[in-house]
Design a protein around this ligand. Structure first.
Ligand code: SIN
Ligand code: FE2
Length: 213
């Protein structure tokens, strides 16, 4: 049906083969996700990890689920425990798990069971350079990436770092799902612009769900 208000971004947008942008998909659950996030962060605080090359990442990170993504001098990997607190990562809340499964289903990946959720916090100026998500054991499962708070420019490239990436503005509630032919696509986030968002304040939160184990 045509919108009374003319042009509107479609709710489901194909980005590339196997990759879909679901605009606003997480809006109904956004406040619940933030409430559950506060409980996670109380146990496993945000921290700036260091790359194997010795650089402090501008994005602050934490995790929930059976395994958490970590980076340090020894490399990138998934770990069952939080190296800062030496405890297991907090369990993945049902709100997180259900949102990831329903977004994956909507994008054509039924049966997605995330066991790891990397939580990224971008403050103004923070960015994530082009990279592939390749520390997971099995590439058959997609990546489900949820944006909350301040908008950010998402870069979505190809199988080679040299492929010129598409640039997409991701708003709060947007969910990107990629898998299949684009499971190993290079992607990143351009330097975050300053702003203030009613949901998150002066930052962007990204939840990246994976089947890591
Ligand atoms: C990531 O690639 O881990 C995060 C992407 C994002 O923040 O949207
Ligand atoms: Fe990534």
């Amino acid at each position: 049906m045509d919108s009374l208000f003319g042009e509107e971004a479609p709710a489901r947008e194909a980005i590339a083969e196997g990759a879909t942008l679901l605009r606003g998909f997480a809006n109904v659950s956004a406040q619940r996700l933030m409430d559950d996030l506060a409980k996670i962060v109380a146990v496993a605080p945000f921290r700036h990890m260091v790359t194997p090359g010795g650089f402090r990442m501008s994005v602050a990170m934490t995790n929930c689920g059976q395994a958490g993504w970590v980076s340090d001098a020894k490399g990138y990997r998934y770990d069952a425990g939080d190296p800062v607190t030496r405890m297991a990562w907090p369990a993945m809340p049902p709100s997180f798990h259900q949102l990831a499964a329903s977004a994956a289903r909507e994008a054509g990946y039924p049966g997605f069971e995330a066991d790891a959720c990397l939580i990224n916090r971008y403050q103004p100026g923070a960015r994530l350079t082009l990279h592939q998500d390749r520390n997971e054991r099995d590439y058959r499962a997609p990546i489900v990436s949820v944006s909350l708070g301040l908008p950010a420019v998402f870069l979505f490239g190809g199988a080679s770092r040299k492929d010129r990436p598409r640039r997409m503005l991701l708003a709060s509630g947007d969910v990107v799902v990629w898998g299949g032919a684009t499971r190993l696509a290079y992607h990143g986030i351009a330097s975050l612009k300053d702003g203030d968002h009613p949901l998150t304040g002066r930052c962007r939160i990204n939840l990246t769900f994976r089947k890591a184990l």
